[in-house]
Design a protein around this ligand. Structure first.
Ligand SMILES: CC(=O)SCCNC(=O)CCNC(=O)[C@H](O)C(C)(C)COP(=O)(O)OP(=O)(O)OC[C@H]1O[C@@H](n2cnc3c(N)ncnc32)[C@H](O)[C@@H]1OP(=O)(O)O
Ligand SMILES: CC(C)C(=O)C(=O)O
Ligand SMILES: [Mg+2]
Length: 513
């Protein structure tokens, strides 16, 4: 299996993400984790950029031991000297020198002719050779450079003895077949090309960084450059975790592998996200929160029967504990039952069906149904009191300068429709007066309390009430994402409990006569 070297530039190109600024301590923390991840080469920064970055690169250079540490430099002696200073103490130092080669960059940015670009790069490499045995040279904006000029530049770099030649698609312009073809062309047209490693460095402006990098590998690239979570300038760089997992998952297709410790991927991703402040989108490949989460019933059913139905890689491979079956409105009975079993509930078929239909009602109102939600709704239905009264609908009119009114519709004994309207000194009071009118029950509200059973803006409210009638008290419990509905449910539940108690008492009284 061909080894692909991993050049991580999270601390340099990744740090070029707008708004990201890593101090020395943060760079060190990431560097240690990258070392655990098993990257081969680490670009720690651009020492000429600032004294702070020079110091940070130096701290990293002295700290990590099993990785080549690299500093970036323009084709200028001043920058090369800065890298020299920054890499003092590095076990395996390497300088990365770059110069743009494309017509656009030559004309507008560098204001140089082709021969000046060639000479500038050559003299920088000759200067750097005095101090470094390992040099990588990059043709910035290679993706938009004429092929024959690229061959000329790469040949010069090979002759100067660099170890790695990097072919960046700096602005993420190319598609996979074009990018792959460049590597093939260089392999076929640059004399002694086998003396250097060819490297792929892609940006994600058109969302093709990973595909382009893989195309380069298929066409002979020895090294890939990228960042963790794909952070970087503009739309970012190739995400290293995507390449590593693509090679791992499709070994038979690529026939190449990185030597990363894949089980460190998840931890590294979380650390980089935390320290850079760049949040990983939920649907990001490999490391997004949803990458191993399943919400829809058909998928969850498949997952419960055989994980490979919907997962091409295991979460354990990247260091996650397990896949997640997220309960939401698309979930089905299989996943719901499994969840209840995990939570320790043994429900019979009828109880399961009841809880499932309440769960679906709740899922229509909430983005995600939490364990607390499920516990609350299952326990509400486990106490099986016959429902003499069933709340159908409530309408409440409220304004801070008008009297609250409520209209309720209740079904009695599964057939009789009771509908009434009432006012109150608050919305809950209006609801309770309307329920009293509709049911004709005369009760006293002895206690009312409300609490939240889950978190967030769409948390469920749980209302407890105690109703008293002729010295008999009964508790009721209501649950809803709306506290008025929860209040109404609790009240109707307490009425049903009261009726049940009345029956029990009258049975006892008759028995004692
Ligand atoms: C594709 C990439 O990611 S390249 C790396 C990009 N990263 C960075 O730029 C981050 C760090 N950069 C910086 O801190 C600053 O830009 C510095 C310290 C490097 C330079 O700052 P300044 O001297 O103020 O120059 P400034 O950034 O405004 O302009 C860049 C100059 O470098 C020149 N230049 C650009 N690339 C190269 C190169 N590879 N080799 C030589 N000169 C270069 C430009 O032509 C311009 O030169 P000019 O002043 O003669 O017109
Ligand atoms: C400095 C070079 C390698 C770069 O980051 C790019 O061209 O994208
Ligand atoms: Mg780049």
């Amino acid at each position: 299996m061909r080894k692909i070297y991993v050049f991580d530039t999270t601390l340099r190109d990744g740090e070029q993400s707008p708004g990201v600024n890593l101090n020395t301590r943060e760079k060190l923390e990431i560097a240690y984790q990258l070392e655990k991840l098993g990257i081969d080469r680490m670009e720690a920064g651009f020492p000429a950029a600032s004294p702070g970055d020079l110091a940070a690169v130096n701290a990293v250079a002295k700290a990590v031991k099993n990785v080549t540490v690299i500093g970036l430099s323009r084709s200028r002696e001043h920058d090369i000297d800065a890298v020299r200073e920054a890499l003092i103490g590095a076990q395996d130092p390497c300088i990365h020198i770059f110069l743009a080669t494309s017509p656009i960059h030559r004309k507008h940015k560098l204001r140089m002719e082709k021969h000046q670009v060639l000479e500038t790069a050559q003299s920088a490499l000759r200067y750097a050779k005095k101090y470094f045995s390992k040099i990588e040279f990059s043709l910035e904006d290679a993706g938009r450079t004429e092929l024959d000029f690229m061959v000329e530049m790469v040949s010069m770099a090979v002759n100067e003895g660099v170890k790695v030649v990097n072919i960046p698609d700096t602005v993420g312009y190319l598609n996979p077949s074009e990018y792959g073809a460049i590597f093939k062309h260089l392999k076929e047209n640059v004399p002694d090309i086998e003396k250097v490693q060819l490297s792929a460095h892609c940006h994600n402006d058109l969302g093709m960084a990973t595909a382009n990098t893989l195309a380069a590998i298929q066409n002979g690239a020895d090294q890939i450059e990228g960042t963790i979570n794909g952070i970087g300038e503009r739309a970012g760089n190739t995400a290293i975790e995507e390449i590593a997992m693509a090679l791992e998952t499709r070994q038979e297709f690529f026939g190449a592998k990185t030597s990363l410790n894949l089980s460190e991927i998840s931890r590294t991703s979380r650390l980089v996200s935390k320290l850079t402040g760049m949040v990983v989108p939920g649907n990001k490949a490999i490391v997004g929160a949803n990458a191993f989460a399943h919400e829809s019933g058909i998928h969850q059913d498949g997952m419960l029967k055989e994980k490979t139905t919907y997962e091409i890689m295991t979460p354990e491979t990247i260091g996650l504990k397990e896949s997640k079956l997220v309960l939401g409105k698309h979930s089905g009975r299989h996943a719901f039952r499994e969840k209840l079993q995990d939570m320790g509930y043994e429900l019979d078929e009828q109880q399961l069906n009841q809880a499932f239909s309440r769960f679906k009602e709740l899922a229509d109102k909430k983005k995600e149904v939490s364990d607390d939600d499920i516990m609350a709704l299952v326990e509400e239905k486990l106490i099986d009191t016959p429902e003499v009264y069933k709340l159908e609908t409530i309408y409440v009119t409220y304004g801070n300068r008008s009297v609250p009114t409520a209209k309720v519709r209740i079904i009695k004994d599964q057939e009789q429709e009771l509908e009434e309207e009432a006012e109150g000194n608050g919305s809950v009071d209006a609801i309770y007066n309307a329920v009293d009118k509709a049911t004709g029950e005369e009760v006293t509200l002895s206690d009312y309390s409300i609490k939240s059973v889950s978190r967030g803006k769409d948390a469920q409210g749980e209302v407890h009430v105690v109703l008293t009638q002729n010295d008999v008290s009964a508790q009721g419990r209501g649950l809803s994402t709306d506290i008025l509905e929860a209040s109404a449910r609790a009240y109707v539940d307490a009425l049903n409990q009261l009726i049940e108690k009345r029956k029990t008492f009258s049975r006892r009284e008759r028995a004692s006569l």
